[in-house]
Design a protein around this ligand. Structure first.
Ligand SMILES: Cc1cc2nc3c(=O)[nH]c(=O)nc-3n(C[C@H](O)[C@H](O)[C@H](O)COP(=O)(O)OP(=O)(O)OC[C@H]3O[C@@H](n4cnc5c(N)ncnc54)[C@H](O)[C@@H]3O)c2cc1C
Length: 417
């Protein structure tokens, strides 16, 4: 029989790895976090859309998404871009995406429920450690430019309500009073909006970095610049083969939690688990609000523009984050000018008085499962666990899924005794 679990390795110091570390420490485990980068949250958890959005819980597994996707493929600057080069990984993912269409409603309700659960853990940890992360509790306004999309949003509202979320419809003029900085032309083009007062925004990188520091102060061992090349189970524990600049070495842990973003698929395969995560690229710009006019003209309320699939979040007085686009192009992090330009254009169209002279571009890979549901809990082999595959909602969900992952480690540890 296996022993009680004491030592746990977490692979990945993005938002999922750091929140998992905190949740494990809280349950008394001795945690070591490995990340191949020199610092925490340098990959997908670096410059995302900033939204903690239960209101964006709708999964994409609908025939309408597929038809829209086909239409977008021929439009430059559209929210979706697919590299047509054949790839088994991409096509198998797309086939599984379609196979998950019957679960669209149940998965949307469950995602919403998880997002609401995550809020309290996320805030509780920041308050307990006393760090700031540009938290803005001003709600999220989801704007629609066509009647068709707005009517669909009315149906989505039923699912969100079932998941426990209160989200109310507002007219364009109400939307304007909620966010007065909208340009008048945009308000005229708006059909309607939904406002979720309880949603909020914050800087994922600041949060992950600060929580990581708090975990280190509480005794977690963070190994940066340490790449986990191989994993195997020796029957008693999990062996990690780790490469650092000093060379390669092997270390044994009672358990491992894989939180490696888009790399989780390869690591899971080594442990005999199938996790068909695809790297869905997205882009952001961080508009530097250097002058008073831009600061006054930029929105404070977080936005989701349904037609362009662009989101925005105000990160303090001096920064406006704008993010969007989904690109199926494999493990490719190139920042393409033709994907960045629509984000700056969006800012200029909606907020004409904001200067985009200094706008910092970024690209990241969303670790996305075909059914858009994260995977957390035990794998096939004893001592192997996951908290990964959060796709477009890792910032929103990680604080809740980390609790679920840590509880499953604890349950297995107790059943071993
Ligand atoms: C443009 C864009 C906008 C987004 N906007 C939002 C939003 O508004 N709200 C929201 O909720 N979510 C949003 N997301 C999604 C969210 O950012 C991600 O779901 C989340 O950051 C994923 O976190 P992660 O910890 O799984 O992955 P990562 O942050 O990528 O962390 C994985 C870590 O694992 C490490 N790693 C991988 N392999 C190894 C290895 N072999 N050895 C050691 N270390 C390893 C990597 O170095 C990395 O640090 C957005 C994503 C993008 C791209």
């Amino acid at each position: 029989m296996s022993e009680k679990i004491t030592s746990v390795a977490v692979i990945g110091a993005g938002i999922t790895g750091i929140t998992t570390c905190a949740a494990l420490q809280e349950r008394g485990f001795d945690v070591t976090v490995f990340d191949r980068n020199r610092y925490a949250a340098m990959e997908t958890s670096f410059a995302n859309g900033g939204q903690l959005s239960a209101s964006n819980a709708e999964t994409w597994n609908r025939w309408a998404t597929i038809f829209k996707g086909i239409k977008w493929m021929s439009q430059p600057g559209a929210p979706l871009l697919v590299n047509p080069k054949p790839s088994w990984h991409k096509y198998s993912w797309m086939a599984e995406f379609m196979a998950a269409i019957p679960k669209y409603r149940a998965n949307t309700v469950e995602t919403c429920r998880l997002a609401i659960e995550a809020r309290k853990h996320l805030k509780r940890r920041a308050e307990a450690s006393g760090f700031k992360f540009d938290l803005e509790e001003r709600g999220i306004l989801h704007v629609y430019r066509t009647k068709g999309e707005f009517d669909h949003a009315v149906k989505v509202n039923d699912m969100l309500a079932e998941g426990g979320l209160e989200r109310r419809a507002v007219t364009p003029s109400e939307a304007h009073s909620i966010e007065p900085s909208f340009g008048k032309k945009f308000i005229r083009s708006m059909h309607g909006a939904f406002y979720t007062v309880s949603d909020f925004t914050g800087d994922i990188h600041a949060y992950a970095r600060n929580l990581g520091k708090a975990c280190a102060e509480a005794g977690a061992d963070f190994r940066y610049g340490a790449k986990v090349d191989n994993l195997h189970h020796n029957g008693v524990g999990v062996m990690l083969q780790v490469t650092t600049k000093e060379g390669a070495e092997e270390e044994k842990f009672d358990a491992v939690v894989i939180c490696a973003g888009v790399q989780s698929r390869d690591l899971a395969a080594q442990m005999g688990d199938r996790m068909n995560i695809y790297p869905v690229k997205g882009y952001s710009v961080t508009v530097q609000l250097d002058d008073k006019q831009s600061q006054d003209a930029a929105p404070w309320v977080s936005l989701l523009d349904d037609e362009t699939k662009v989101v925005s979040a105000r990160l303090g007085k001096n920064k406006l984050r704008i993010a969007g686009t989904a690109e199926f192009n494999g493990d490719n992090r190139d920042i393409r000018d033709d994907r960045i330009r629509p984000l700056n254009k969006w800012c200029e169209e909606l907020f004409p008085d904001v200067s985009t002279e200094h706008s910092v571009p970024w690209a990241g890979l969303r670790p996305m499962m075909p059914d858009m549901m994260p995977r957390m809990g035990a794998g096939k082999k004893p001592g192997v666990f996951y908290n990964t595959g959060h796709g477009h909602l890792g910032w929103t969900l990680a604080a809740a899924t980390a609790e679920i992952a840590a509880v499953s480690v604890l349950a297995q540890s107790r059943s071993n005794q």
